[in-house]
Design a protein around this ligand. Sequence first.
Ligand SMILES: NC(=O)c1ccc[n+]([C@@H]2O[C@H](COP(=O)([O-])OP(=O)(O)OC[C@H]3O[C@@H](n4cnc5c(N)ncnc54)[C@H](O)[C@@H]3O)[C@@H](O)[C@H]2O)c1
Length: 249
Amino acid sequence: MTQDIRVALVTGAASGIGLATARHFARQGLRTVLLDRSPQVEAIARELPSGATALVADVGRSEEVHAAMAQVEARFGRCDILVNNAGIHPKKDGGKWKIEEIPLAQWNEVLAINLTSAFLFCQLALPLMRAQRWGRIVNVSSRGGRTVSPVASAHYAATKAGMIGFTRIAALEGAPDHITANCVAPGPIHSAMTAGSSPEIRAAFEKAVPLGRYGDPADIAATVGFLASDAAGFITGAVFDVNGGTFMP
Ligand SMILES: NC(=O)c1ccc[n+]([C@@H]2O[C@H](COP(=O)([O-])OP(=O)(O)OC[C@H]3O[C@@H](n4cnc5c(N)ncnc54)[C@H](O)[C@@H]3O)[C@@H](O)[C@H]2O)c1
């Protein structure tokens, strides 16, 4: 199989890490599918090279995930690379929600968007990958799923830790068909998500990064791109900490 016909699906691709990842794949000549609930993703895809396409869908709604994957299958007949990146991190006045304060509806929404969506996309993409006997799943976790974090609320941390456990099972189940599954766990990255934190929290967090800066979405895209490549064929079930040194297990 030649690299240039691979189809790469990136969720949450209208902004931040997902957008940088989609750009990375499109520059490599992959057929890149940008999925986001924001309709802006359509204009973004039009500006990318290699005939990138857009899908507008809410990953927190199973019927929309099914419809989106049906479109990928109908259009391309394959899905070689899946990046489960879409995520939310609701803030309370720019900071954390305490467990006692989190409304059940918000807890359920965070679980649906950050974790259940990865399960649904994998459930639908795995048969397409098995048919090719090749696949790459990259799930975006977080430093907040690796250890306690000054900014992560309980629902967010639970989904990001859950993503790691889920990925290990996907790695085991995919391995016989040469499908790898790995996590990237970013530290603080400049994006719309971190822009929602208060200026005090952002300044304190930046000071605590040994490399002395917030990361750029492109820092994460480079790691995702590597994990999605042939060069990473012997890496599976791993977590890549891309965090400027803020967490060194
Ligand atoms: N920015 C950071 O510091 C950081 C750190 C660790 C992990 N992450 C993770 O990286 C991923 C991307 O975050 P980001 O920083 O680029 O944030 P972002 O807010 O810039 O981008 C998130 C994108 O996901 C989309 N999205 C959200 N909910 C969706 C839904 N229900 N359906 C479809 N699309 C949806 C948004 O529209 C947006 O385009 C998230 O999973 C996040 O948890 C980010």
